[in-house]
Design a protein around this ligand. Structure first.
Ligand SMILES: [Zn+2]
Ligand SMILES: [Zn+2]
Ligand SMILES: [Zn+2]
Ligand SMILES: [Zn+2]
Length: 507
């Protein structure tokens, strides 16, 4: 797994043209294509507090300003604060007629907030202790709240005016469009944004309503001024105590107040985290869908590429010299439960995917298990965000070494979790070319290739030797559709660039 955090030596080309390591790409089983972070819609599924794991609906999260009402974080080190109990002596008022001197002192339980990491406490900041553990902590007022609210209200009005104008433009069509028959014909096609009832309603309301021009009172604009408060005279002579001044990070954590001194820091509500689902922009199927429960780390849909696309790792490469042939050892890893055949093709191969065979036998074997297990997870189109297709960018990287590609394909057996722990000899009967395949175990195999860096390369710090090829791999698509009841066998292609090392010495 540590391999996933290393620099990107092996990069796969996404269909949008960006180069990504296999740990950062997804595989759409419906388009049979690689998708990167730019090629998927990011949607927020749920908000939750990382401390108390409270899960709230979006409308409430907005009201709470994306912050948990129960949990606080330390204003110094940003760890979660814990509530501590303490005792303070409380003088009970003596009953009538008794001497005030005999009044008993009984301890009273009080609560304060404390950081277990940096030892900051709410008592340090001068916040009074609370008598209940659940809080009632004083809220820090934003000094600019009235101005912010005025601006928000003003922009809400502007947004509604804009929306009205848009709707007016949309439906200011000739009258015959609104005869009942054409109305319903239209709605059946244009159901993407407004439901049928929405269109009818807006049509009828348009008939009765007169154009309303809401009264907009523009808040007074902010005025820039050149006059700045003068600095205190002592600021140049006073010794600076860094421990009493807040850091930039501490100030930027609370941009509304930006306390200058450490003792002005106040505990802040903990921010919510989100669970995100990713959707393919082309076919709108979910590629990643987390379990909604905040306690769960599981996924309902998890189409990361390293579960579907063969992974390539560089084992070793001989020292690289311009114009000289070097040996390169690569390891291929098949993550799927089906045997696959890998063919390496030159970079200029067209990137078309080929459906090779529809295997009738496998239909009987696998049809029952797979049927209905995959739901398309499609939301109604009104809820979803409109997909924006990313334009394909040209690949900027160029290969600067010639690679001798093998003539024979490499067959990788299926991934078998039990075989990982089986140390007995592998019982595979692949007719491997001994010059190509040098090692094989389970679903992994190492191959030997030869590459020659271009003559014009020079030894320098930033010049890396890059090779590229198109990897064609067999993929079994187990998604059953109405047209394809049997799992399809496909030959998919992906462009891969490998940074094999730096030039050492000259030819
Ligand atoms: Zn992409
Ligand atoms: Zn919380
Ligand atoms: Zn702290
Ligand atoms: Zn797709």
């Amino acid at each position: 797994m540590s391999y996933l955090n290393q620099p990107d030596y092996v990069r796969y080309v996404c269909n949008c043209g960006s180069l990504k390591p296999i740990s950062k790409i997804y595989f759409c089983r419906y388009c049979w294509k690689i998708r990167c972070g730019y090629c998927v819609c990011h949607e927020v599924d749920s908000h939750y507090c990382p401390n108390c794991m409270e899960n709230l609906p979006t409308s409430e999260v907005r009201l709470q300003k994306n912050k948990c009402s129960n949990c606080f974080e330390c204003p110094c080190c940003f760890q979660t604060l814990s509530t501590r109990a303490g005792h303070v002596p409380l003088r009970v008022a003596p009953p009538e007629g008794e001497d005030a001197k005999d009044g008993k002192t009984t301890p009273k339980k009080v609560y304060y907030l404390s950081c277990s990491l940096c030892r900051w406490t709410s008592r340090d900041a001068g916040i009074p202790d609370q008598s209940v553990a659940t809080g009632g902590w004083p809220e820090q007022e934003n000094p600019h709240i009235s101005r912010i609210n005025a601006l928000i209200d003003y922009h809400k009005i502007l947004a509604s005016i804009e929306k009205q104008k848009c709707e007016k433009k949309k439906y200011s069509l000739p009258k015959y469009h609104y005869t009942p028959i054409t109305l319903f014909e239209r709605t059946s096609f244009t159901s993407s944004r407004f439901g049928r009832s929405g269109l009818v309603r807006s049509y009828w309301s348009r008939q009765s309503e007169k154009p309303v021009r809401p009264l907009v009172v523009q808040p007074s604009p902010a005025i820039a001024s050149t006059e700045v408060e003068e600095l205190r005279a002592e600021i140049f002579t006073e010794q600076v105590d860094i421990t009493k001044i807040t850091t930039l990070e501490q100030r930027l954590r609370h941009p509304d107040v930006q306390a200058e001194n450490v003792n002005e820091l106040r505990p802040q509500h903990r921010q919510f985290f989100v669970k995100k689902s990713l959707r393919c922009r082309v076919c709108e199927h979910n590629l990643i869908k987390p379990d909604l429960c905040p306690h769960s780390i599981k996924f309902k849909v998890q189409l990361a590429a390293f579960y579907h696309v063969p992974e390539i790792r560089i084992i070793t490469c001989e020292p690289l010299r311009p114009g000289r042939s070097s040996e390169l050892l690569l390891k291929f890893y098949n993550p799927t439960p089906h045997q696959t055949q890998i063919t390496l093709l030159p970079l200029d191969t067209p990137m078309t995917s080929v459906v090779t065979v529809v295997d009738e036998k496998e239909e009987v074997k696998q049809g029952d298990g797979q049927q209905g297990s995959e739901s398309p997870n499609l939301l109604p189109s009104i809820v979803r965000q409109v997909p924006v297709t990313v334009e394909t960018r040209p690949v900027k990287i160029t290969a600067n070494a010639d690679l001798v590609l093998p003539h024979s394909p490499l067959i990788l057996s299926r991934k078998d979790d039990a075989a990982e722990y089986d140390y007995s000899a592998d019982t595979h009967n692949f007719q491997d070319d001994p010059k190509l395949v040098i090692w094989r175990k389970g679903n992994k195999a190492a191959i030997k290739l030869h590459l020659t860096p271009h003559e014009n390369l020079e030894e320098s710090e930033n010049q890396s030797v890059i090779i590229g090829f198109v990897m064609q791999y067999g993929y079994v698509n187990t998604i059953t559709t109405l047209e394809h009841k049997a799992p399809q066998k496909l030959d998919l292609r992906v462009k891969v660039y490998l940074t094999v090392g730096k030039i050492i010495g000259s030819a």
